[in-house]
Design a protein around this ligand. Structure first.
Ligand code: CP3
Length: 347
């Protein structure tokens, strides 16, 4: 590997500049991606290793310090027994949303090779091409459960929380099945060659701190503690809207804690502790502002990290589809140049 700056930052080792990548760095804001999507469906791209590899590599010309496998958090649901599609303009649509204990009992606790082998094939192929670290990932049980129960995206998560509150046995069975599948799947991606893993708990910020502790944390800990004990790759524990949850997320686990833009980075880092690395946390919509303004926001994030070892620059959530590519490139270059300059000044 030619550039392991990202991995060193995950381990809180000193680096000569702040490494960065962006969540959803492969996707519709890039014309190369849109050209491939005109020919193939999202699921075809994910399930055909040659195509998934090609899409993973597309954004790397912009200068990111890590690649993230092109896939989706929902893919394990299909071999577990819940089929879905990405409908045009609607996002994911689960064909038969979960409404009963009987449906949960039928979900299969699969081994990743049963139905997700293409993911490990893509990882193996990517490892031969890449000179920067490869991030594998999975969805966290709450976020996956919310799609299974709501049937797609949701504003208030009413059905999900209703099951959580009124049918705790069903909820716990569902969360246990999901977390065991995710644990096995993440372990398998590491075995296949992933250099780091990210657990996406994108919607967990919908919960109060107490509900997180009661209904979610043990399941997330099941995954993160296992990875921590039995692999040596860094694991990024990511969520959004997590201002009330950071201390609990820290306890659940993760080498690196993801911070979104709502929590100032300096405050978030202090709360998760300087004995952990952090990733974040520019608002993705800043990339729609004029470049000079976007640079000011990026500088603010760097300043908040105070040059401390263990900061990975990222957005607080995924890059949005209409984001101007030129601004993304300008921010990648700016973060590299500005953080190099600051490190030189400090030493
Ligand atoms: O970061 C990367 O570049 C890797 C690829 C990646 C995708 N999805 C590709 C994708 C990753 C890491 C994900 C994770 C994911 N998927 C999450 C967690 C991260 C987050 O953003 O919170 C979630 C919640 C999903 C579920 C999902 N998949 C949604 C809600 C949607 C539709 C919304 C949208 O952006 O259209 C998807 C589809 C999806 N996943 C696309 C991509 C590039 C768009 C597909 C297309 O081309 O139409």
């Amino acid at each position: 590997m030619k550039n392991d700056t990202f991995l060193r930052a995950c381990r809180r080792e000193k680096t000569s500049y702040t490494p960065l990548w962006m969540m959803r760095q492969a996707g519709r804001y890039m014309s190369e991606y849109r050209a491939l999507r005109a020919k193939y469906s999202m699921l075809e791209l994910c399930k055909t290793p040659e195509l998934a590899v090609q899409v993973t590599l597309q954004p790397l010309r912009l200068g990111f310090d890590a690649a993230i496998l092109f896939a989706d958090i929902l893919l394990p649901l299909e071999p577990m027994g819940s089929s879905f599609e990405f409908a045009k303009g609607e996002g994911p649509v689960i064909h038969e949303p979960i409404t009963s204990l009987a449906q949960i009992e039928k979900l299969r606790v699969i081994e990743p090779e049963d139905g997700l082998g293409y993911i490990m094939t893509s990882i193996g192929m990517l490892k031969k091409e890449l000179q920067i670290p490869l991030i594998g990932f999975a969805g966290a049980p709450f976020t996956l459960a919310s799609y299974l129960i709501e049937g797609g995206k949701s504003a208030h998560f009413v059905k999900t929380k209703k099951m959580m509150y009124e049918a705790p046995d069903a909820w716990n069975l569902l969360m246990s099945k999901l977390s065991e599948v995710v644990r096995r799947y993440m372990r398998k991606q590491v075995e296949a060659g992933a250099d780091a893993m990210q657990l996406f708990d994108s919607w967990v910020g919908q919960l109060s701190a107490q509900d997180y502790v009661d209904y979610v944390k043990p399941h997330v800990a099941h995954i993160l503690q296992d990875l921590q004990k039995n692999t040596n790759v860094p694991v990024i524990h990511f969520g959004t809207g997590t201002h009330a949850l950071l201390e609990h997320q820290r306890e659940a686990g993760g080498t690196v804690l993801g911070l979104d833009w709502r929590t100032p980075l300096a405050e978030g880092w202090k709360r998760v502790g300087h004995d952990r690395a952090v990733q974040g946390n520019m608002d993705p919509t800043v990339l729609f502002a004029p470049v000079e303004i976007a640079k000011k926001h990026a500088a603010r994030v760097l300043d908040a990290a105070e040059g401390r070892a263990g900061h990975i620059f990222n957005l607080g959530h995924g890059i949005l589809p209409e984001t101007p590519v030129d601004t993304v490139k300008a921010i990648v270059d700016f973060v590299h140049e500005e953080s190099t300059r600051q490190q030189e000044q400090r030493s």
